[in-house]
Ligand binder design. Structure first.
Ligand code: SF4
Length: 383
């Protein structure tokens, strides 16, 4: 697909939309404006249904306002009080009344203002011409992209474009993005989690019927044991670790970390299992071997709610401590301890992340994690 129009190609001025009616770039943009205007009119006409958002909190004699926003560096979504003076984001504080970060911030969050003011931030459009990036005006960039997109749309239809949103989108940006490609005439939009957690979605959906996490930070607070495999929240989602530490402090919940690397998260663990990369299924079957062997599974729950556990049991029977050690490199006593910790401390939480999903066998990994949970040794999931 060609994205840049050559100088000899005329800019298309009149195109057909998905319904076959003529539409040009300006009409397309104008209709977007009409849509927004329509929403504003609706807000004016039905005050009980829609109200103007009031995010700004006036403060300070120098005109500085405190505006609540969120850190978009990671999925924790910590609350930030941004200090804005004359339209410029001049300072920030972590929000103490935010339920996720409770006044905490990690180094990434502390630097989030750099998104707007960093020296290396791209401040204007650039175009690759003859191998060099040259500055172009906003009008030029928007016109060229709009022309090319409409050309693609005319030649190949609205579904020829894939709209991929960013994990850094906030709610409002996601909403606008969704509206934009709906206006374009397609449903071909998605979030980048389709890539990083696609194996989770498929693995969990094919096991439980719905592919998403089932727990929350509140569930983690109430956990009596926690197991993290292929995840490193101490570095990837630093503030989330506070919530795990709370379960550790309040409930004396042991933390088990399974990872090929001794990470900063592993440094907080009560038990650390160093597996060979890619042996997630083997270590999970190895723990389940001890659970079945000792009768720690919830037989009533399995009898009433789980279909196919007999097949799993047959497979797990192959994963004796010797076989598990050969494949994973983890000694029997450590595998036994991990299984027993989870069995002795219920309910507990099971957390995985990219270390489990980013494999060609990522689906297998996530399904194995779910099967572990279906023994009702645990009933919570965080991904
Ligand atoms: S944990 Fe750090 S990076 Fe993630 S949202 Fe909070 S402050 Fe931002």
């Amino acid at each position: 697909m060609k994205l840049i129009r050559t100088a000899t190609e005329p800019a298309p001025t009149q195109k057909k939309d998905s319904t076959g009616s003529a539409i040009d770039r300006r009409t397309f943009l104008k209709r977007s404006g009409i849509t927004l205007g329509g929403a504003a009119a609706a807000a004016a006409l039905s005050p009980t249904m829609m109200r103007k958002a009031q995010a700004a909190i006036p403060s300070g004699g120098d005109g500085t306002q405190t505006i609540r926003t969120v850190c978009t560096h990671c999925s924790v979504g910590c609350g930030i009080n941004a200090e804005v003076n004359n339209g410029v984001w001049v300072g920030q504080e972590p929000a103490f009344d935010h339920p996720f970060n409770l006044g905490a911030h990690c180094a990434k969050g502390a630097s989030v203002r750099e998104h707007g003011h960093g020296e290396r931030r791209l401040k204007y459009p650039t175009k690759l011409v003859g191998g060099k990036w040259v500055r172009v005006s906003w009008d030029e960039a928007i016109n060229e992209i709009g022309d090319q997109m409409l050309q693609i749309r005319q030649q190949s239809g609205p579904d020829s474009v894939y709209w991929l949103g960013s994990a850094k989108f906030n709610n409002e940006q996601s909403y606008m993005f969704r509206k934009f490609y709906a206006l374009w005439g397609s449903n071909n939009g998605d979030h980048q989690a389709r890539i990083c957690h696609s194996t989770t979605v498929a693995g969990v959906a094919n096991t439980w019927g719905y592919g998403a996490m089932t727990n929350s930070y509140n569930d983690i607070h109430n956990s009596q044991a926690m197991l993290i495999i292929g995840g490193n929240p101490a570095e990837a989602h630093p503030v989330s670790l506070i919530h795990l530490m709370r379960a550790k402090e309040r409930n004396n919940a042991p933390l088990i970390v399974i990872d090929p690397r001794f990470t900063r998260t592993a440094a907080h663990a009560d038990l650390y299992l160093k597996i060979r990369p890619g042996t997630d299924v083997a270590i999970t079957w190895g723990m389940m071997w001890h659970i079945f062997q000792n009768g720690w599974e919830d037989k009533e729950f399995i009898h009433q709610r789980v279909w196919g556990m007999d097949e799993i049991r047959k497979e797990v029977a192959n994963w004796t401590p010797d076989v598990t050690y050969d494949v994973t490199g983890v000694r029997e006593e450590l595998v036994y301890q991990a299984a027993k910790m989870m069995a002795d401390n219920r309910p507990s939480t099971f957390i995985w992340c990219m270390g489990g999903t980013q494999h060609t066998i990522g689906n297998n990994n996530t399904r194995a994690y779910c099967n572990f949970q279906l023994m009702k040794i645990i009933f919570l999931l965080k991904n």
